[in-house]
Structure formats: C-alpha cells, structure tokens
Design a binder for this molecule. Structure first.
Ligand SMILES: [Mn+2]
Length: 241
C-alpha cells in the first residue's frame, strides 16, 4: 500500500493537477493543510478546489485533509449554488470552508476520525482552529477504535502545525499536540506549516515514541509539490523535495 502525503499547496494549480495524476497510483492521499493561499483572492481558489475534489472523488481513494492557517476563511456564499441545499446550509454555518470538501467527496475525511475497515486504517484530521477538547476527543476516538474495533490497524493523524519542538513547531493555543502524540502514539502523523525546515535539515521524518512524524515541506520553485510516499505496513518511505 502506498500513502502519498503533501502539505502547503497554497492554491498552486500545477501542484493540484500533479496530485490528481499521482493519486491514481496511491491508495491513500494526505494533505496537511494550507490548501489555499490567504494572500491571494479566496473565491477562485476555493471554486477550483471544489471542482478538483469532485474529480478526485471519481478515483474513490480515501483522502485525509486538515485545515491550515491559510485556510481560516468562511465558505464563500457565492459557491452555495453549486451545492445541494443541505450541504450549502451546513457549509455556510461552519467556520472553515475546508470542512465542505468532506461533504462533497464521500471519501474525504476532514475534521473527524474515521475507521476504514477494508484498508485497515484509522484516519484522524485535526482542524487548525477549534476547541482543544474537540481535538482531544478526535484523538481519543482514534485510540479507542484501534484498541476496541480494529486492533492491528494503522492510525494516521494529520494536523497542519507540527508538535512543539519539531521543525520549529509551536503550540499556538492550549491544545498541546506533542502531549497527545506521546499519550496516544498514533502510527503516523503528517504536518506542514514550516515550509523550509525539512529541506534545510535534509530530513522529513522524526519520532515521538512509536509515532513517526512527517513534514514533507514546501518548495515554491518546483513544478510538483514536495511529497512523502509511505507504506503504512512496512513503514518504508521515500521523500521527494
Ligand atoms: Mn504554508
């Protein structure tokens, strides 16, 4: 099985096209936040992403996505017309537009924990902003699923900001990601946010106990995004930057 992980796509259309092509040969796709670039106009970027996530849905592969600091914008009401009424109402109600991706693509996991029995995977998406108790709940759900429902499955968590002390990751509020990784020991954690750190360190992986922490990094001059390809069973990985 091949899991493909990227982060910090910042609305780059060439990178999203590459990803759609690459996803055909992957079993799981992880995008660790900053899907759009907040410094550019939001509406066209989100509109293109809605088209993209529907194209990806046709491949029927599981996609794990979390929001990043650049994604902290409301769902533009202009886009509600393209959604069913239920989804449109829910989309406008939510604080973050990224959750909408999980509503239009049934294979996309955003801001929740889901067990995929067939793939033997547990996927947890931790949003960039939110009540720390909600994030803790998502981690508890994953830990319980692994213990009670699917022992032997691989648990994959994504959150945009790395845990404190890793790739200059910082706790921006009271949810201490490091402590939660140490406590629950998910198999894999995918982060982003600190674009240059892995490239400067020449290393995209770190550890907290039995957990492997990845940050693929971001290199704007490339025609493809920095990415890590990981086998969740053997833990073997390749990193292209
Ligand atoms: Mn970023």
């Amino acid at each position: 099985m091949a899991l493909l992980a990227v982060c910090d796509l910042h609305g780059r259309q060439d990178w999203y096209r590459w990803l759609l092509w690459k996803a055909r040969r992957s079993q799981v796709l992880v995008i660790a936040g900053d899907l759009i670039d907040a410094k550019q106009e939001h509406l066209p970027q989100i509109r293109r992403l809605l088209v993209w996530i529907r194209e990806l849905a046709l491949l029927e592969i599981p996609v794990l996505i979390c929001s990043g600091n650049h994604d902290q914008v409301s769902f533009p009401v202009e886009l509600a017309d393209g959604l069913s009424q239920d989804v449109a109402i829910e989309a406008i109600r939510r604080d973050c537009w990224v959750d909408v991706l999980g509503m239009v693509n049934p294979h996309c996991v955003v801001s929740k924990t889901r067990l995929l029995l067939k793939q033997n995977l547990i996927l947890t998406s931790l949003p960039e902003e939110g009540d720390p108790s909600v994030l803790e709940h998502l981690m508890l759900q994953g830990a319980l699923m692994r213990k009670e429902l699917a022992p032997g499955s691989r648990w994959i968590v994504t959150r945009h900001r790395p845990p404190m002390g890793f790739w200059a990751g910082t706790g921006n509020w009271s949810f201490n990601f490091y402590e939660h990784i140490e406590r629950f020991q998910p198999d894999f954690v995918f982060c982003g946010h600190v674009h240059e750190a892995p490239i400067e360190l020449d290393r995209c992986i770190d550890r907290i106990g039995a957990s492997r922490i990845f940050n693929p990094g971001c290199h704007f001059r490339r025609t493809y995004p920095c990415h890590a390809s990981v086998d969740p069973v053997t833990r073997r990985f390749t990193w292209i930057r």
